[in-house]
Design a binder for this molecule. Structure first.
Ligand SMILES: Nc1ncnc2c1ncn2[C@@H]1O[C@H](COP(=O)(O)OP(=O)(O)OP(=O)(O)O)[C@@H](O)[C@H]1O
Ligand SMILES: [Mg+2]
Length: 253
């Protein structure tokens, strides 16, 4: 029997005020997989992510994470971790202190137990020796990995990443991709990732949705390598092969 999807999105409509960004949006994210949200700038990827984590309320439709119900209605410890586009570490706190914050906020864990957990998460992302460093004292790639460690500290089995490799050099970006693969393959964590980086998509993503601004929703979904090789939708083909695409000639997809 197939297991229940980790995330179920059903006939979702999102937008701001009277403006609709995306409608009739339906997809599932299977447990333990890496799922990519793709599409051109401004199509609503970050907005979709903010809805999935309950920071915004949808206009219509249903979001369910792990059978827990609507994310915007959660109380208590969030059942997921998030790495925001900016990384968002507190610059005046050490890496260890940045990881302690969510523990203090959400768990009774203190002292040596908290210290061990923080250290274990920093070790996991390869920053075990940098616990006492400030974010300003480490590289961009290390900051992103520290953000991942913080997203992991509450031991959620679901992580959301918004453009994790944006602004990173190619080597650091690949290191981050490898870390994401490790989280999924070795720890069984479900990862939802918003990204523009084609090499990263083909390396890490098991599955994806491609969003299109003009179509106000999903124009393709499936294995990104398959979509690249087989999709006959001009926008999807152009996206995956980085070829030019005349929006006016193909309105809506
Ligand atoms: N809080 C908000 N209030 C009103 N409009 C918003 C809000 N956040 C985003 N938008 C608008 O929604 C549209 C989609 O924005 P969003 O940031 O979700 O796109 P994106 O696909 O993540 O783009 P990018 O690839 O540039 O990060 C944009 O036109 C943006 O201006
Ligand atoms: Mg965005």
């Amino acid at each position: 029997m197939p297991s229940r999807p980790h995330i179920t999105v059903d006939d979702l409509r999102i937008g701001y005020g009277t403006r609709v960004l995306m409608e009739h949006t339906t997809f599932q994210v299977e447990r333990g997989t890496i799922f990519a949200i793709l599409g051109g700038s401004g199509c609503g990827k970050s907005s979709l992510l903010r809805h999935l984590i309950g920071l915004e309320r949808q206009q219509a439709g249903r979001i369910d994470i792990d059978g827990v119900g609507e994310p915007s209605q959660y109380e208590g410890v969030p059942p997921f971790g998030v790495l925001f586009q900016s990384g968002a570490l507190f610059s005046s706190l050490t890496l260890a202190e940045n990881l302690w914050l969510p523990l203090n906020r959400w768990t009774p864990m203190r002292g040596a137990t908290a210290h061990e957990l923080v250290q274990a998460k920093l070790d996991l992302v390869g920053l075990g020796a940098f616990a006492e460093y400030l974010p300003g004292e480490i590289s961009g790639g290390m900051k992103k990995r520290a953000g991942v460690a913080r997203a992991l500290v509450l031991e959620a089995d679901l992580l959301f990443f918004d453009e994790p490799s944006a602004g990173l050099d190619p080597i650091s970006a690949v290191e981050l991709d490898q870390l994401i693969i490790t989280l999924s393959r070795d720890l069984g964590i479900t990862v939802v990732i918003v990204t523009h980086e084609l090499p990263s998509i083909f390396l890490v993503a098991d599955n994806c949705i491609v969003l299109d601004k003009a179509a106000k929703g999903i124009v393709a979904q499936g294995d990104p390598r398959k979509l690249r090789d087989e999709s006959e939708i001009p926008f999807v083909h152009a996206f995956f092969t980085r070829s030019s695409y005349d929006v006016t000639a193909n309105p809506g997809g």
